[in-house]
Ligand binder design. Structure first.
Ligand code: 26W
Length: 828
C-alpha cells in the first residue's frame, strides 16, 4: 500500500479504483463519477453529465498533488506570494487541466472507448468570465506560471455569481445578457463554508483605555460571511497544484437572527439578499471606475477575507508578526485591492496591539503595487464621505498614513504647498477623496508598470513626485502570456510543427523558440508553417459558421482587432480604413481588382454605460452590413463581428490571424497582451509605438513589424501645440471622403443622425487623435497589402515573429517579479 493510503499519513488519501493515468483506469474512474456524482448510466447520460464526469476524473487525479501542495505551503512557512486581484479571466479549465496532468491523449482514447468524443465534451464547458479584459486575463496567466514555476503562492479574488455579460447584437447594437456561469455547477471548485470569515462594514470608531494605553477600535454596524471556494491551479506537468481562492458572500446567522427575533421575516430575507449582492456580479466597467458603493464593498470584502485567511490559516501558532515580511508579499493587481493596506494596519495596530511605526514598517514591506493604466480617469478615487461611512476606521488610518507621509515630504522639501497638494493621498476637488494609486505607492515596497514605456511614463508623468521622493521604488515588469494556453493548447498544429523542429522544451522555456530562426530560411518549413496557418483559418471558419452563421472567404488576409471597445484603443481608426477602402472602390478612385482580399474580424465588448463605445460597435456592424453586401466590392472586403468575444473565441481567432491590429494612440495602452499572443502565433503586427508593441518591434525587428503613427513625444507635442482634428479633415481628401460617407447616412439607411455623435466627436474633439494618425495608418496598410502579395516572404516574417517573441512568456514575467519585487525563494 502506498504511504499516502494509510489513514495515519498526513494526507490520508482515499484509494482510487484505478489511477486515471492509464486508459482503463480513466474509463473506470469516469464511469464511476458518471454513476456516483451525476447519478446516471452512460447510456442515459447527457453531454453535460459526461463533461462533469470527465472533469471530476481529472480533478480526482490532481487531488493528491493538490493536498500535498496545500500541506507543504502551510508547513514550510517559506516566503510566499498572495496575489490579490478583483478579476481572473480564466477561460475554460478542462483542456488546460488535462494538458497540465498530461492526460489529454489518455482521456481521448478512454472516452472514445465509451463512444464519446473529447472534442464534443469540451464544448460543454462554460468559461468562467470573472474578469473584463487584459488585467483579468493577466492574473489568470500569472497563476498558471506561478504553479508551473512552483512558486509558493495563492491567488485571492471574488467568486462572482455572474461574470462579464454575454454580448448579443440586436440590429447591430450591443445588448447585454447575464452570464450565469454556475447554472450547472463548476466541477473545479470546492466550497469551504467551515473556513468562512466574517467581514464587517459601517458603524463607528471609538477609543478606549487599555491599561494606560489609549487605543482605537472599530464598532461595525453590520457584517457578512465570506465563504472560500478553492480552485485547483495545476502547474504544467510538474506535479504541482496551486490554489486560487475566491470568496462568495452570504448573510451571517447573527444578522439573520437579530431580524428574525424581531419577527420581521420579510426583512430577514431582504437582509440575506442584500448581503449576497456583494459577490453577485462583476462590474463590467473597464478603465472608468464608477465610484459605486457596492464596488468598494466588493473590494474590502475580498481583501479583508484574504488577509484574515492568510493570518489565521497560513501562519503557524504563535507566529512572530514582526517576521511577516519574510513570510509574505501581497501583490496588488491595480488599485482594486488597495483597501487591503489600511485593513492590514488595522489588524496589526488595533487587534494585535502593535505600535504604529512598527506596523507601518512591516506593511511597507508586505505590499507591492502594479499599475495597469495611464488614463487619468482610470485611477480610482473613493469619496471620503463614502469610505468613512462604510469603513470608518480605515479612513482614520488612511488620514494618519497621509499625515505622516506629508510630514516626511515637508521635512525633505519644505512647505511647498503646491507639491503637498499634488502628493497628498487625499484629493480636495471636486470632492474630498482618497487617491488609491497614491496610497498604494506610499505603502508599497515596489511599484511597477507593465511594459517599458508604461513604466517610464508612470514615473515621468503620472507619479513624478513620488519617483523623486522614493528613489528605487519604481520598476518595470513587462507583461507576458502563458504559452500553455496561448500556444500549446490553442494552436496544436503549430505546436506540433515547432516541437518537431526544436523539441518540446519551449513549453516551459519559451526563449527556446529562438532555435526556430534558422527554419525561417528553410523552404519546406515555410511551406509547413503556411499550411498550419491555412488549417487554422479553416478551423476558425467552421467555428464562426457554427457559432454565428458567418461565411469566411477562402484566400483572404485575416486582419484581426480583438480587445475591449475603448476610444483610446481606436477601433474607429480601423473603421475609417475599411470605409475608405470601400469608398475608394464605389467612387471609382480605386479599381476593385487592386483591393487585396481581406476579412476583418472585430471582437469587442463595450462597458454597458459607455455610450460612445456602444455607438462605435453599432457603426462597425452597420459598416459590415453595407460592405459585405455591396456587389461592387466583389467579396474582396468582408467585415465580421462575432458577438461575445471571450477567452474561448480568442483561442480560435488568434492562431488563424495574419495581421494583428494594435493601434492605440501612443502613450495610452499600458501594455496590451493580445499583441503578444498574436505575434507568438505568427501574425504580423500593424501597430503604434505604444505599450508592449515597442518591445515586440525591438525583438522581431523593423522588417517584421508594420509601424505607423505618432510617437508618444509627438503626441505630447501636438497636444501642447493645440490639436485641431478638423484641420486634418480639411487637408486630406481621402479622410474627408470617408468621414463624409459615414455622415451622409450611407451606413444608417440614410438617417444622418445615427452616427452624427461619432462624426462630430471625431471632427471637434477626437481625444485620441484618430484623424492625426489616419494618413500614416492608411499608408502603412498599403505596405501590408504589398507585403502580403509575397506569401513566402510574409511567412518568413511570421516565423521570425514566433521565434523572437519567447520573451513574452508569463513565466519570464513571474521570474522578473521574483527578482525585482518578491525575492521569494526558489521552488520547493
Ligand atoms: C472600473 C475600474 C477599472 C479600472 C481599470 C477596471 C479595470 C481597470 C483595468 C486597469 C483595465 C485593464 O484591464 N488594463 C489593462 O491591463 C493589461 C494588463 O496589464 C494591459 O495589458 C492593458 O494595456 C491595460 O489596458
Amino acid at each position: 500500500m502506498p504511504d499516502s493510503l494509510s489513514p495515519t499519513h498526513p494526507l490520508a488519501l482515499a484509494p482510487v479504483f484505478a489511477p486515471a493515468s492509464t486508459k482503463d483506469g480513466f474509463v473506470e474512474q469516469f464511469l464511476h463519477n458518471l454513476n456516483f456524482d451525476q447519478g446516471v448510466a452512460l447510456s442515459s447520460s447527457s453531454a453535460t453529465d459526461q463533461y462533469l464526469a470527465v472533469a471530476h476524473t481529472v480533478r480526482d487525479y490532481l487531488m493528491a498533488r493538490w493536498l500535498e501542495d496545500l500541506r507543504r505551503q502551510r508547513e514550510t512557512q517559506s516566503k510566499g506570494v498572495c496575489y490579490l486581484s478583483a478579476e481572473y479571466l480564466l477561460g475554460r479549465q478542462l483542456d488546460n487541466n488535462l494538458l497540465a496532468s498530461d492526460l489529454t491523449e489518455i482521456a481521448r482514447e478512454a472516452l472514445a472507448e465509451c463512444g464519446i468524443s473529447l472534442d464534443d465534451i469540451r464544448a460543454e464547458e462554460v468559461e468562467p468570465g470573472l474578469g473584463n479584459g487584459g488585467l483579468g486575463r493577466l492574473a489568470a496567466c500569472f497563476i498558471d506560471s506561478l504553479a508551473t514555476l512552483g512558486v509558493p503562492s495563492i491567488g485571492y479574488g471574488i467568486r462572482y455569481e455572474y461574470g462579464i455579460f454575454r454580448q448579443t447584437f440586436v440590429d447591430g447594437q450591443q445588448v447585454e445578457q447575464p452570464d450565469a456561469w454556475l447554472t450547472v455547477g463548476s466541477p473545479w471548485e470546492f466550497a469551504h463554508p467551515e473556513n468562512a470569515q466574517t467581514i464587517s462594514f459601517g458603524g463607528h470608531t471609538e477609543t478606549y483605555d487599555d491599561e494606560g494605553v489609549t487605543r482605537s477600535r472599530w464598532v461595525p454596524g453590520w457584517n457578512v460571511q465570506a465563504v472560500p471556494y478553492n480552485y485547483m491551479v495545476p502547474g504544467y506537468q510538474n506535479g504541482r497544484v496551486n490554489t486560487l481562492r475566491l470568496w462568495s458572500a452570504v448573510a451571517t446567522d447573527a444578522f439573520d437572527l437579530r431580524i428574525f427575533n424581531s419577527g420581521d421575516y420579510e426583512e430577514a430575507v431582504r437582509a440575506q439578499t442584500f448581503a449576497e449582492t456583494i459577490s453577485k456580479v462583476l462590474y463590467p466597467e473597464d478603465s472608468t471606475p464608477q465610484g459605486k458603493e457596492l464596488r468598494l464593498q466588493q473590494q474590502y470584502f475580498f481583501v479583508a477575507a484574504s488577509i484574515h485567511d492568510f493570518l489565521d490559516n497560513m501562519l503557524s501558532e504563535g507566529y512572530d508578526l514582526s517576521n511577516l515580511p519574510n513570510r509574505v508579499i501581497f501583490q496588488l493587481n491595480d488599485t482594486h485591492p488597495v483597501i487591503a493596506v489600511p485593513e492590514f494596519m488595522r489588524v496589526l495596530v488595533d487587534e494585535k496591539h502593535m505600535e504604529w511605526d512598527a506596523a507601518w514598517a512591516i506593511t511597507q514591506q508586505c505590499f507591492a503595487y502594479t499599475c495597469h493604466t495611464l488614463l487619468p480617469e482610470a485611477l480610482e478615487v473613493w469619496p471620503v464621505e463614502l469610505l468613512g461611512r462604510l469603513l470608518p476606521r480605515h479612513l482614520e488610518i488612511i488620514y494618519r498614513i497621509n499625515e505622516e507621509f506629508l510630514t516626511a515630504v515637508r521635512a525633505q522639501y519644505g512647505d511647498d504647498e503646491m507639491l503637498i497638494r499634488n502628493m497628498s493621498i487625499i484629493a480636495e476637488h471636486p470632492v474630498r477623496s482618497v487617491r488609491m494609486a497614491y496610497l498604494a505607492t506610499v505603502a508599497g515596497a515596489k511599484v511597477n508598470g507593465v511594459a517599458e514605456l508604461h513604466s517610464q511614463l508612470l514615473r515621468e508623468k503620472v507619479l513624478p513626485d513620488f519617483d523623486a521622493f522614493f528613489p528605487g521604488k519604481f520598476t518595470n515588469v513587462t507583461n507576458g502570456v502563458t504559452p500553455r494556453r496561448f500556444l500549446r493548447l490553442s494552436n496544436p498544429e503549430l505546436s506540433r510543427l515547432i516541437t518537431a523542429a526544436i523539441g518540446d522544451g519551449w513549453v516551459t522555456d519559451l526563449e527556446r523558440l529562438r532555435e526556430l530562426e534558422p527554419f525561417a530560411e528553410d523552404a519546406d518549413f515555410r511551406r509547413a508553417f503556411a499550411e498550419v496557418k491555412a488549417a487554422n483559418k479553416r478551423v476558425l471558419s467552421t467555428v464562426l459558421r457554427e457559432r454565428d452563421g458567418f461565411a469566411v472567404s477562402d484566400g483572404h488576409m485575416l486582419d484581426v482587432m480583438v480587445k475591449r471597445l475603448h476610444e483610446y484603443k481606436r477601433q474607429l481608426l480601423k473603421v475609417l480604413h475599411i470605409v475608405s477602402t470601400y469608398e475608394g472602390v464605389v467612387s471609382g478612385r480605386v479599381a476593385v481588382s487592386d483591393v487585396v482580399p481581406r476579412t476583418v474580424i472585430f471582437g469587442a465588448k463595450a462597458a454597458p454605460g459607455y455610450a460612445m463605445a456602444k455607438r462605435i460597435i453599432h457603426l462597425i456592424n452597420a459598416v459590415g452590413e453595407v460592405v459585405n453586401n455591396d456587389a461592387r466590392l466583389e467579396g474582396r472586403l468582408q467585415v465580421l463581428f462575432p458577438p461575445n468575444y471571450n477567452v474561448t473565441l480568442a483561442e480560435r481567432v488568434i492562431p488563424a490571424a495574419d495581421l494583428s491590429e494594435q493601434i492605440s494612440l501612443a502613450g495610452k495602452e499600458a501594455s496590451g497582451t493580445g499583441n503578444m499572443k498574436f505575434a507568438l502565433n505568427g501574425a504580423l503586427t500593424i501597430g503604434t509605438d505604444d505599450g508592449a508593441n515597442v518591445e515586440i518591434r525591438q525583438l522581431v525587428g523593423d522588417d517584421n513589424f508594420f509601424l505607423f503613427g505618432m510617437s508618444e513625444p509627438e503626441v505630447d507635442a501636438l497636444e501642447t501645440a493645440g490639436y485641431r482634428p478638423s484641420e486634418f479633415y480639411q487637408a486630406d481628401p481621402q479622410l474627408r471622403a470617408a468621414i463624409d460617407l459615414i455622415a451622409s447616412g450611407a451606413f444608417s439607411h440614410g438617417d444622418r443622425s445615427v452616427f452624427e455623435p461619432v462624426v462630430s466627436n471625431l471632427l471637434y474633439e477626437d481625444r485620441f487623435m484618430v484623424l492625426a494618425d489616419f494618413a500614416s495608418y492608411v499608408a502603412e496598410q498599403g505596405r501590408v497589402d504589398a507585403a502580403y502579395a509575397d506569401q513566402d516572404a510574409w511567412t518568413r516574417s511570421a516565423i521570425l515573429n514566433v521565434a523572437r517573441t519567447g520573451f513574452f512568456s508569463s513565466d519570464r514575467s513571474i521570474g522578473d517579479y521574483i527578482d525585482r519585487i518578491w525575492h521569494t525563494p526558489p521552488a520547493l
